[in-house]
Design a binder for this molecule. Structure first.
Ligand code: FES
Length: 107
């Protein structure tokens, strides 16, 4: 059976997410957090793996986002947990920039 290849979806213009900022976007039904760290864009899940906190309402410091609910921290470049109580990493999404648009690939 042929493998289904997911497509990249345009989620924002680059000007909507300046350096040091982040934004929640929807890719299909998935909530994704797009971050701009030093001019590079990254995409991980926006729903905290602890108890579902909205990471886009938290704080981005360098490459770490802190969940607003109980303070878990995730590396936005790898999805890795840097501080609990969360223990499971966030999913990482493929992302690219084309002609001033940010595109994320659905899973
Ligand atoms: S829901 Fe994010 S740390 Fe608890």
């Amino acid at each position: 059976m042929a493998k289904v290849v997911s497509d990249f979806v345009r989620v924002a213009s680059t000007s909507e997410i300046p350096e040091g900022k982040m934004k929640k976007v929807l890719v299909g039904s998935q909530q994704v957090l797009v971050s701009n760290v030093k001019g590079k864009y990254y995409a991980i899940g926006n729903v905290c793996t602890h108890l579902g906190g909205p990471l886009d309402r938290g704080v981005l410091e360098g490459r770490e986002v802190q969940c607003p609910l109980h303070g878990s921290r995730f590396d936005v470049t790898s999805g890795e947990v840097k501080r609990g109580p969360a223990t499971r990493p966030e999913p990482v999404y493929d992302i690219k920039v084309e002609a001033g648009s940010v595109l994320v690939r659905s899973k």
